[in-house]
Design a protein around this ligand. Sequence first.
Ligand code: LLP
Length: 420
Amino acid sequence: MTHFALKNGVLHAESVALPTLAEQFGTPAYVYSRAALTESLREFKDVLGGHPAGSGALVCYAVKANSNLAILNLFARLGAGFDIVSGGELQRVLAAGADPQKVVFSGVGKTAAEMKLALDAGIFCFNIESIPELERLNEVAGQCGKAAPISLRVNPNVDPKTHPYISTGLKEAKFGVAYDDALPLYRRAAALPHIQIAGIDCHIGSQLLDPSPFVEALDRILALIDQLASDGIRIHHLDLGGGLGIKYKADQVQPTVASYLTPLLDKLQDRGLQVVLEPGRRLVGNAGLLLTRIEYLKEGEGKNFAVIDAAMNDLMRPALYEAWHDINPVVPSAGTARDYDVVGPVCETGDFLGQARPLCVQPGDLLAVMSAGAYGMAMASNYNTRPRAVEIMVDGDQVHVIRQRETVAQLYAGEQVLPA
Ligand code: LLP
């Protein structure tokens, strides 16, 4: 169910009216629903828990989607693990109370320092993406007197049929190792003294609304696991990455977690593999919105603009991927709608959050940019010296500031003018 809904003509987050938040904390503001976050994780747990092949499964939330400590801490309390891609994300999850034994470390460019940090923390697994990375990890683990648990991230070369910038499992992508190279690479890994083969990993892309490519990828990975077994290399866990999509338009239908996972789990019956998943967007995307106020309505040549106080620096997705986010008035009014390009104050033509949106609005009105919980704040920047927005968690009728609005002074605190 949605936890952002109209009540008495006013858009609410759970029991809290959004205009109240705007008055108290200002705009732009990211607003999250605790119930929505909890429910989205529970959907995974229910499906996994209800299937024999899902027992002992680990849901490792992909921190990159939204790394706010409160969100990480909430997921940690609910038993989730984490998929991290940097030493920074490792420090964040540890600060948020994560169990290091439930942390997987992905990414093509892990530094020796990051490897050491993760070895010291005692993470569950390193997802290895190349031979030089494997050899470096072997060396670092040797220096630490440890054996590093690894998976190889294998590129199953399936087309996820999503935006090219977020397709990652094709053979021309920078990610993972080629399918045909996996066997010799596992043999190499098995021969390294400070490497311990734990699993196999793949991640084919993001925002998949059709779950069939996941099945295709799994078939390829299972064939590889069988080849490895006949080579005497035993795989304990199978990490299927993230990628399950969400609806970005009110009239879209999103695949259920069950429709995505059940066919996969069915194929895993009796294999004795621990399932690991790395969902990001699906856990947080529809649990957050970006609340913004209209500064001006501007009549252009053949186009109208609603100039808002949020911009591409707050939510990059429309500028970067031409991504669609529904934009809804917080207090919808009856009247004739006009088409507006909803734009921010940043000095770029690409600074829009929506184009040609039919809206019936006045200057000063509040708008909610929906489905902004994933890759929203996490990708925000300070372009144009714009402090990043406040983040607020609503829990029933309770309101918690989970990150204060940045100040301009914070933005240049680390800068220094040259000596006179
Ligand atoms: N695991 C790995 C190795 C990944 O690279 C990603 C996302 C995930 C898990 C989580 O994928 P998800 O479940 O969120 O689809 N900024 C883009 C999305 C980039 C995704 C990058 N990798 C966007 O705003 O659409």
